[in-house]
Design a protein around this ligand. Sequence first.
Ligand code: ADP
Ligand code: MG
Length: 584
Amino acid sequence: MNNQKQQLPELLKIHYGFNSFRPGQEKVIDNILAGISTVVIMPTGGGKSLCYQLPALVLDGVTLVVSPLIALMKDQVDGLHKVGIPSTFINSSINRAETANRIQAVKQGRYKLLYIAPERFYSVEFMIALKEIKVSLFTIDEAHCISQWGHDFRPSYIKLKNAIELLGKPTVAAFTATATLEVREDIIKQLGLANPNLVITGFARPNLQFGVINTQDSRKPQFVLDAISSAPDSSGIIYVGTRSRADQLLQTLLSNNIEAVSYHAGMNTQDRKWVQENFMKGKAKVIVATNAFGLGIDKPDIRFVIHYDMPGTIEAYYQEAGRAGRDGRQSFCLLLYSPRDRYLQEFFIKGDNPPPEMILAIYEIVKSYPLDNAHDMESDTVLITYAKISEMLSGKLSEMAVGTAIKILEREGYVTRSHDRAGHAYLKTRNSQLATRNALTAKSKSQRETLERLFDKYEQELISGWYANLDEVADILQIKKDTLLRLIKKLSNLNLLEYLPPFRGTELKIVKRADGAGVKLNFAALKYKLKHAYNKLDLMENYIYHFGCRQKYILDYFGDFENKKCAKCDNCLVKNMHEVEKIQ
Ligand code: ADP
Ligand code: MG
């Protein structure tokens, strides 16, 4: 181990060009090399990636990195290649044959890091393949996703505990920027870690200047314009509470000649990608976004983050605000508050906490819904949209609340959401490639080429019937999605291909059919969670009305008490001014 440790400073220099570690990094790496499982709580931008990438280089087996950020995996792996670290990834964008290739290469020791989407652990095939791989380190990025207390709970993360056991309990390193006690404890519990070491560092952000303006909704746009003009030519994020506010505020900014874009979950993948790229490259200076934007975004020179609406918790606020000033330079975080902001958050809390009787009603709806067995007679599966369920409940529950209820049913083991088919089109050839190709007219040379590319890569899948994400397929084949769609529709019209367009709802598999009293939900826990959410909202609102140092308020909230006043937030500045006046 000592030998491995001695190599570290050199590797840090060679691969990354850094001369020293950031706070906490060395401690985490020491733990990992000593085989001590560790939960790392380090703020966004603190340098978590290096904590597992560097040991991965010196450990003899492979380091698994579980990450929910599928869209970023390719970039991360490309980035690692640039600094000479052999790595690869497996997620839903990789076809079966390529997945097998990559696993084979991992077995042969060609990669030090393997990034995987948590959904992979639903696949038995994948788990079996993993068992033949020597995993030296099991890394979980964005580990708060495992916690129902986190703002980003992912049911698939629950599978990780099992996977760790199956792999013979390798060293585990779990990383998050979410610092609350309950999330911390949940991570440890849900991963089944016995006595892990805890490393919590660097939550203070000395280069961030916090401020709050308590105002009315109607005056917020002017404050935004003022704030932007105080930082000319700088990149910034403006977080808004709803999609419609994103669109509205964007119009205000554009009509004031500010190069802005907007981003929210209601936009299609292509638009979002375009917007994100423009912002990352600095072409669009300002992005107006809902909280759908930002997880894992690594743009160092964001000079300000403005919250147009009060978020629901301090951790959500600090995580979003913390995207400012990753390069260490002076940046500001401004929160615009109007007392009405609380109602929006209460609406979200209700959406997050459907009443237990509604959860039961949804379970009944799902059980009695017509089964979808077009392709698999055996499957106890329904295809349904949240809107449909909401409608069947006479609109008593928002779609958001329906979604939460289904997550709860999933957690309690009554249903599972399949991630394989949502948003995927179904394709199956009715003919050999040759017959298909011959059926295309002589005129459509480009279509024949597209067809060849498609078959080259996916022949096996097309023959056996395939749920495909057409965006990803187009990406992989390096053709436009429209081109791919035109070909598919043509083949389908010629009756050469069976094609079902993507289903825009959710595929639910009923795991357990229970009746009435047989359904056991943890009502006490649900009630506690609701109360908890209101407590957190109160603590967020207290931040607004707080008179002391804002940075210190936040750090105290996270249990990081060894911090002095920041001397630069709005409250600290006002206090300084009073003191100067007293001296004069
Ligand atoms: P996190 O995952 O904690 O949000 P990242 O791992 O993405 O943070 O790192 C944030 C930035 O900090 C990256 O640009 C990274 O290159 C840089 N960084 C990490 N460690 C160091 C270090 N020891 N010295 C200098 N820069 C570092
Ligand atoms: Mg990270």
